[in-house]
Ligand binder design. Sequence first.
Ligand code: GLA
Length: 420
Amino acid sequence: MNSPSLSGWLVATLLGLGGSAHAAGTPALKDIFQDHFLVGTAINRAIATGTGFRRTPVQVSNDVALVKAQFNHLVAENDMKWALIHPRPGPDGYDFGPADAFVSFGQTHGMDLAGHTLVWHSQTPDWVFAGTHPPPQAAHASPASTADTAAGRTNAAVQRGPGRGFGGPGRGPYAGPRASREELLERMREHIHTVVGRYKDRIRVWDVVNEAVADGGTNILRNSLWLEIVGPDFIAKAFAFAHEADPKAILRYNDYGLENPAKRRKLITLIRSLQEQKVPVHAIGSQAHLNVSITFETMDQTLTELATLGLPIHITELDVNSAVGGQRGFGAEVADNAATTQGGLVSEADRRLADAYAGIFRAFLKHRQHVEMVTFWGVNDANSWRAQGRPLLFDRDGQPKPAFDAVVAVLRESLSPDRP
Ligand code: GLA
């Protein structure tokens, strides 16, 4: 896509005015990137329903206004995960309310929608895996059984305690008697048909399988109950069921840490093998939970290699941890450090965040033929799961940060006639 179709006001805003992006009002990300890719955000239940419990009603309504002003694509941060949408077995096992509210919010505001996520080792209730077959001896008996899944993450801030790698957050995997392969596949089929079928023609893109690739070691796939009970074809089966349920939906494989060359190689091997088996995988989701050490070069290389798969690339969960808390001066009194952290070092963190965002957006623009959407994992710092790291373009009050200006400047640069 090319820039000439950008509307006149936009070019005037970005080129003519120069200086602060806010001089003529804050430009909208969805507008300034409209010829290149969709710009999305994950939203939580408070935003989808307009009723907050951690934010005041005024804050929630400001968050909603920011979503409407800036973004044209949405994903539910949590409400379509198995544990939330389908917490119990049996005919009354689904809780569709919050997911319905998300879809209705998106439709009301004319947003493109993604569903997240159908098959994942985490945030999946125990009943899904439960049955009458004794678990293999010594399986998951020691923390070592999860080591492969937690080790090797390039993004330290994403690391979490036991359970993240295998079971749900904060606890180990389900360790009781298990379902058979056939039972688990039937539960997967029923879940995917019900959820995808319910939102057919309303949700355009689905994260079908989330985070199946192992971080460390030589195995391609992480250990999980899906892998142990069904076998490696659980991935192909999930895509086949989703395709049956909505043949028009864009089906995505979604994972994190693809900036790490070793993990990326595994991802590419996995996707090539799915393609050889004619599995309907239509897009690569790269979560992109990053740190400020990320560079243009790393993202450029990542996207260059992912593009060899011949599939659209969706940046699905973008945030960049600026780790302000870790940036204290050396040799001074603790009290002085605390004061400094509120002043100079915070703005230093802002600058590093702006540089990191500028680098990755330069790479997104360079690869715009392949990058179809860039979705942030949260609307502003107040709503982020990594709130301490202030990882987004808007601050807790929804005001654009220096990183926002940097992203606008990258777009402006790309419109400059001097640039190739
Ligand atoms: C992964 C998942 C997201 C979210 C984040 C943060 O990236 O795909 O749904 O849970 O972890 O928790």
